[in-house]
Design a binder for this molecule. Structure first.
Ligand code: AMP
Length: 450
């Protein structure tokens, strides 16, 4: 893989970082005040990715980090940035780009936790939030900005006095997604207005091998830090599939939720509409289900996530907006209700369970239309999955009740759609909680919804 880019950077195969046994943060070269901050967070020892990446980053090298959320990757890039900031204090010092709003808040929490004792100010710039309050936050020139690309470009173009000409660090979190076509225009605009002379860190659980894609990040002679280099799913994850006729998907879902009752579930659907519909269907059957998708306002998305995290709801139904990076330790079962179209998304989705040494299950629904996609997934993970054991007759006994719940869900969905059209609001039955920023309701920009 060549690492040079159109900006004339060196083209070379990234060196691999030397893997060593975990040591203390101090041994890695982390300064005392940041070691104390880690200690206060209960981080006794650095994680593998931190052992690999921190010393290399402290030497001033660019990094390609292969690690997923849960591995401690945020600390792996945040600590070197904070240390560099301590050495040469400067406003608008680092920019972290991330594909989803939820991830941006999650990363910001870690910057705040590690950096608060040294007076570091960070701000989150994402869509769905009032631009005016963001402009005010940017006017105060925070040290670190954590942003989704689209909204950052809005501010670069429209917020007077805001620029990133002095930036020293660029991080792309979930880099293979940031670098793909979805964000092409935005990322190109951002790269044009930040200095070439900067440090760049790419972190992702899966990383593209496409040279052109990586070239866009314009890395300088990067070091590759990999916790696992092959696409892997963890050992404590039991992965199953079920092969079923498409028209009985809902009944099979209800059967599995009953069979595995007492667990907490993340159920992935392919569209916002199906996510909402399935959530309504399950609620009609008495399950505590809550949706998370891109057609909900940001306060409702955060509200859903917080309720699920706080275990007030046991089932989170989501589109791929939630497949990457979210750190929710207690997910027991991931259900791929709609099979992912991109095999890599399978790795991200099932990665929401069996985290931090816990065990977990994943069950992928395969209908007559999904066989080829499923085979691609098996090929990617390099194994054949077993079928989840089921009693078909028991599933069939559910069909009548499920049909009634489906009918109600369709009606509710239609009503919600009408309400939305008349009020231009996306009202559903869950009120929002836990919003950190003021949320603007009306102004909506047409962006890709997940
Ligand atoms: P991340 O992979 O960055 O999303 O981090 C996942 C979780 O691991 C977060 O809750 C961090 O607070 C936590 N974490 C990060 N580094 C360490 C460490 N060295 N020791 C213990 N926990 C950590």
């Amino acid at each position: 893989m060549a690492a040079g880019g159109k900006e004339g950077r060196a083209a070379a195969e990234p060196e691999a970082a030397v893997v060593e046994e975990p040591r203390s943060f101090k041994d890695l070269g982390v300064t005392d005040v940041l070691c104390e901050a880690c200690d206060q967070l209960g981080w006794k020892m650095p994680t593998k990715i931190q052992v690999e990446a921190i010393p290399v980053a402290l030497q001033g090298r660019d990094i390609i980090g292969l690690a997923e959320t849960g591995s401690g990757k945020t600390g792996a890039f945040a600590l070197p940035i904070l240390q560099a900031l301590l050495e040469t204090p400067q406003r608008l010092f680092a920019l972290v780009l991330t594909p989803t709003r939820e991830l941006a808040f999650q990363i910001s929490e870690q910057f705040e936790a590690l950096g608060s004792s040294i007076g570091v100010h960070s701000t989150v710039i994402v869509g769905g939030i009032d631009t005016m309050s963001q402009s005010l936050a940017l006017a105060k020139k925070p040290h670190v900005i954590i942003a989704t690309p689209g909204r950052l470009v809005d501010h670069l173009e429209n917020t007077k006095g805001f620029n990133l000409r002095a930036l020293k660090f660029l991080v792309m979190d979930e880099a293979d997604r940031i670098l793909n076509m979805d964000f092409e225009t935005e990322v190109d605009k951002i790269l044009k207005v930040i200095p070439r002379d900067r440090k760049t860190f790419l972190f992702s659980a899966t990383m593209t091998k496409k040279v052109q894609k990586l070239q866009r990040a314009a890395l300088k002679n990067p070091v590759k830090c990999a916790v696992s280099s092959k696409y892997q799913t963890v050992e404590k994850l039991q992965q199953y599939y079920i092969f079923i006729p498409s028209k009985f998907k809902d009944s099979y879902l209800v059967y599995i939720l009953n069979e595995l009752a007492g667990n907490s579930f993340m159920i992935f659907c392919s569209t916002c509409n199906n996510t909402q519909r399935t959530a309504l269907l399950l609620r009609n059957l008495g399950f505590t289900a809550i949706p998370l998708h891109g057609q909900m306002s940001q306060n409702k998305r955060l509200g859903s996530l917080n309720k699920f995290k706080a275990k007030a709801r046991s089932i989170l139904l989501a589109t791929d907006v939630a497949s990457r990076g979210l750190d929710i330790p207690h997910v027991d079962v991931v259900i791929n209700f709609d099979i992912p179209t991109h095999s890599k998304d399978y790795i991200h989705r099932v990665g929401r369970t069996a985290r931090a040494g816990r065990s977990g299950k994943s069950i992928t629904f395969v209908t007559q239309y999904d066989v080829e996609l499923f085979q691609r997934i098996e090929h990617l993970i390099g194994k054949k999955l077993p079928a989840f054991p089921m009693q078909e007759e028991e599933v069939m006994m559910l069909t009548e009740r499920v049909a009634e719940a489906q009918r109600l869900a369709r009606m509710e969905l239609r009503e919600q759609g009408e309400k939305k059209r008349s009020r231009n609001d996306d009202d559903d039955t869950e009120e929002a909680i836990g919003v950190r920023n003021k949320v603007a309701g009306g102004k909506k920009k047409k962006r890709k919804a997940f």
